[in-house]
Design a protein around this ligand. Structure first.
Ligand code: SAM
Length: 410
C-alpha cells in the first residue's frame, strides 16, 4: 500500500500525463470510492449463495488481518469488484450485503459480532473491531453507530476565523471570492466553492486559517490562565499554535516545538504570514524533558503545555479513507508507547499548578483515555480536569480527543 492514496494518485497521473486532464476526475473518484467501500465490496463473495451472513462474516474477518490480504481479494475480484464499488458508492445495495449486515447487527446477541457487522457494513476493515469495540464500551452503542455512519462522507473544509467577532465580515469577503459558507459553528466556517482557499483574500490577509472544527474545539479547550507561558510541544505546522497565539492576542508568550525541521520551517512561514510575534520556535525530539528557556525555568515551568501527539489518525479517516486501510492493530501499541513518552517528557515542563493538555486525532481508547489513565496512575501529583471526544459524530468534522490535566500546586 502506498503511503497515501492521494499522493500516489497524483504521482501516477503525472507519469501517465493525465494531470489536469478531465479524464482524471472519474479515475480519482473511483480510487476514492474503492478505498472507502472496498472492504464491503470484498465481503460480498464470502456470503455467496445460501451461506449465513454470520458465518461469512467470521470467515471474512479471519481471512483479512492486514491491508495486503484485502488487496489480494480486490485483485481476485477484479471487474466484479469494480462494479460492486460503483454500486455501493451510488448508494445501491446490489447484492443485499448491506441489508444482510443490518439484519445481523439488529439481531446479534453477541456484541463483538454486531461490531464486526457494523464495521464491514460501513466499509471499515474488520481488523479494527477490537479497538472500536472498546470505544463502544466507553462511548456507547449509539456513538459508534453514528460515528460509523459519518465515515461514508468527507467532512467539509473548516476555516477558523482569526478574530471571532469579525466572523460576519469574513463571511462576506469569502463570498466575494467565490467561497460559499455551508455551515457555521461560532467562529468556525465550513466552505465550498471553486476557489482554493489559499487564493482568497481572507486567507492572504490572515483573516482565516484552515483548521478542522474538532481541532478548533481542542484548541479552545486549552486553558490560558494568568501566567500565559504556553508550550505547544508537538506543534507540527502550527494549526493549534496559531490558534493559541490568536487567543492570547499579544499577551504572554508561546513556544512551539516539533521533531520535524520541515514542519517547523512551515510553521515559521505561517507565523510570518500573520505577523505572529511572541512565538518562539525550537526543536524537541520528545526524548526526555526539554531544556527550559531561562525565563520559563525561572518560573518553575510553563503555565500550559499542549501535547498534540502523533497517532493512528483514526479520527481523520473521513478525509483520508485510505488511512483506515493502512492502520493496523499491531501499530497501536507503538503509538501508545510514543504518546506515553511524549506526555511524560512534556509534563516535566509544566509548573506546579499548571495545565497539561493531551490531544490526538484518534478515537481509539488505547491512544486516549488509556494513555491518560496510566499517566495519572503513575503520577499522583496530577489530576484530570476533563476529557472529551470532539467533532464527529456530533459534528460534520474529524474526531479529536482532548484531555486537560492539572499539576498540583506546591
Ligand atoms: C498531530 S501532529 C500535530 C498537529 C499540530 N499540533 C496542528 O495542530 O497542526 C503530531 C506532531 O507530532 C510530531 N512528533 C512526532 N514525534 C515527535 C517527537 N518524538 N517529538 C516531538 N514531536 C513529535 C510530528 O512531527 C507531528 O508534527
Amino acid at each position: 500500500m502506498p503511503p497515501s492514496v492521494d499522493r500516489w494518485a497524483g504521482e501516477w497521473l503525472r507519469t501517465v500525463g493525465l494531470v489536469r486532464d478531465p479524464r482524471a476526475e472519474p479515475i480519482l473518484q473511483f480510487v476514492d470510492h474503492a478505498v472507502a467501500w472496498g472492504t464491503l465490496a470484498a465481503f460480498g463473495p464470502f456470503r455467496g449463495r445460501g451461506k449465513s451472513t454470520e458465518g461469512a462474516l467470521l470467515k471474512f474477518a479471519a481471512s483479512v488481518h492486514r491491508p495486503r490480504e484485502l488487496l489480494q481479494l480486490w485483485r481476485k475480484a477484479d471487474v466484479e469488484f469494480a462494479s460492486r464499488v460503483r454500486a455501493l458508492a451510488s448508494g445501491a445495495d446490489p447484492t443485499g450485503d448491506i441489508a444482510a449486515l443490518d439484519a445481523l447487527m439488529a439481531g446479534a446477541q453477541d456484541g463483538e459480532l454486531a461490531t464486526l457487522a457494523a464495521l464491514v457494513r460501513h466499509g471499515i476493515p474488520p481488523w479494527h473491531a477490537p479497538a472500536l469495540a472498546r470505544r463502544r464500551e466507553l462511548s456507547g452503542e449509539d456513538w459508534l453507530a453514528r460515528w460509523l455512519a459519518r465515515q461514508a462522507t468527507r467532512p467539509p473544509l473548516w476555516l477558523r476565523v482569526a478574530v471571532p467577532r469579525h466572523t460576519g465580515a469574513v463571511r462576506d469577503v469569502l463570498g466575494l471570492d467565490g467561497l460559499r459558507v455551508v455551515a457555521q459553528d461560532s467562529g468556525a466556517l465550513a466552505v465550498e466553492g471553486p476557489t482554493p482557499v489559499f487564493r482568497s483574500r481572507a486567507w492572504k490577509e490572515g483573516k482565516v486559517e484552515i483548521q478542522d472544527l474538532a481541532s478548533q474545539r481542542v484548541g479552545e479547550g486549552v486553558p490560558l490562565g494568568a501566567g500565559r507561558f504556553v508550550w505547544d510541544a508537538c506543534a507540527g505546522t502550527g494549526g493549534k499554535t496559531l490558534q493559541l497565539w490568536s487567543r492570547l492576542d499579544g499577551r504572554g508568550a508561546i513556544h512551539a516545538s516539533d521533531v520535524s525541521p520541515a514542519r517547523l520551517a512551515e510553521l515559521r512561514k505561517r507565523l510570518q504570514r500573520v505577523d505572529g510575534k511572541n512565538v518562539r520556535v525550537w526543536p524537541w525530539d520528545g526524548r526526555g524533558p526539554p531544556t527550559l528557556p531561562t525565563e520559563v525555568a525561572a518560573r518553575g515551568g510553563f503555565d500550559t503545555v499542549l501535547v498534540d501527539a502523533p497517532c493512528s489518525g483514526s479520527g481523520t479517516w473521513r478525509r483520508r479513507p485510505d488511512a483506515r486501510l493502512r492502520s493496523v492493530p499491531s501499530s497501536l501499541g507503538r503509538w501508545a508507547a510514543q504518546q506515553r513518552d511524549l506526555l511524560l517528557g512534556a509534563a516535566a515542563a509544566v509548573r506546579p499548578g499548571g495545565a497539561l493538555v493531551y490531544a490526538t486525532c484518534s478515537v481509539f481508547v488505547e491512544e486516549n483515555e488509556a494513555v491518560v489513565a496510566e499517566f495519572l496512575q503513575r503520577h499522583p501529583a496530577w489530576s484530570l480536569e476533563q476529557d472529551q471526544l470532539h467533532g464527529a459524530p456530533d459534528a460534520d468534522a474529524d474526531s479529536l480527543y482532548g484531555a486537560v490535566l492539572r499539576r498540583e500546586a506546591k
